[in-house]
Design a protein around this ligand. Sequence first.
Ligand SMILES: Nc1ncnc2c1ncn2[C@@H]1O[C@H](COP(=O)(O)OP(=O)(O)OP(=O)(O)O)[C@@H](O)[C@H]1O
Ligand code: SF4
Ligand SMILES: [Mg+2]
Length: 366
Amino acid sequence: MPQDYKSIPPAVPVTHIAQRADVPAAALAAKIEAYPCFMESLLTIRNLRVEFPDGEHRKVRALNGVNLRIIPGEALGLLGESGCGKSTLAKSVLRLLPAGAKTTGGRIEWEGRDLLALSEQEMQQIRGARISLIPQDPGLALNPFMKIGKQVAEVLRAHRQWKWSRCCEEAESLLQVVRLENSDRRMFDAYPHQLSGGQQQRVVIAQAISCQPGLLIADEPTASLDAATEEEILRLLGEMKERQKLALLFITHDPKILTDLADRIAVMYAGRIVEEQCAKNVLKAPLHPYAQALLACVPPERGEGRLARGQRLFTIPGNGPDPAAIPRGCSFAPRCSSRLEVCEQEVPQPKETAEKGFVECFLYDQ
Ligand SMILES: Nc1ncnc2c1ncn2[C@@H]1O[C@H](COP(=O)(O)OP(=O)(O)OP(=O)(O)O)[C@@H](O)[C@H]1O
Ligand code: SF4
Ligand SMILES: [Mg+2]
């Protein structure tokens, strides 16, 4: 049944679900066990819009009405091509957008409060403590002049009322948790330039989990790593998610990374989420033509799906729209082989799918 995303109720702590009079507890428990998607949101983003100036009196519409929800304890994969707005979305949640960026509409609801309406002081209590970010470039996130152990301890000092010595002890344990060898405090006393990219990434993960956040946003955390290190970091993030019961928003342009990690996947195109569903549905039978095209671009693994000699891998025709001149209607229309007349006139609205997902495409309007 079509449902406007705005009608999803505001986020409430998940412990309150069983107490809701309008939901029979046994029925809900059965549904949650079968499909975690039925749980209530930890974070709900509604119709979020962000613009950047482009230096030529035009507005770069980086987020163009984003709707998204994250469920407690889940791993949500955010999948999309370069430039579709993934990092802008991550920074918006933490209110870390660069100077000049403007949030022109929408809400970001966290534990019943709109983050966009909080004071900077209130936001500081959430940032790094309740919601933390692993940024796209870990090297840039670390201070080159400070020992890494102290950099982890600083995060604890900012959010806990602990003595410095206790923050340092805890930082040492955290470096071990992320499996950075720590004999004789060698790692604690190292500077970022003395570490490999994978080790730096582990330091940033230690910082991000130090205050046991409810949500960890990881922005392409393995983009600059080799395949073996990528696998180790993915395994570590999966372990941290289970161990700390945190929700993970994992940003990537590579669907293959999400196969073992994600519970649900949101597909992003030109500043909008065009499909949000359980991971198995998106990876095996995506609904949106863009999601279908994106999956068709993935090189087959060894075996049956292997490309025949001379056969070329599918690529999506054309390029994504210029975010300073997004066309009327569905922004995927110029590249979509299934487009209808209405697609170039109107923006498709979210249609609810099975298991409480949604898709934004006129093909599913009937
Ligand atoms: N500081 C900025 N000033 C102007 N435009 C910006 C700025 N940051 C991002 N943009 C624009 O906003 C759009 C979204 O950028 P964003 O970095 O969020 O994309 P992304 O999906 O994270 O891409 P990638 O996969 O390459 O990291 C792009 O068109 C980008 O050029
Ligand atoms: S709304 Fe139309 S143009 Fe857009 S993805 Fe669906 S069919 Fe294609
Ligand atoms: Mg990015």
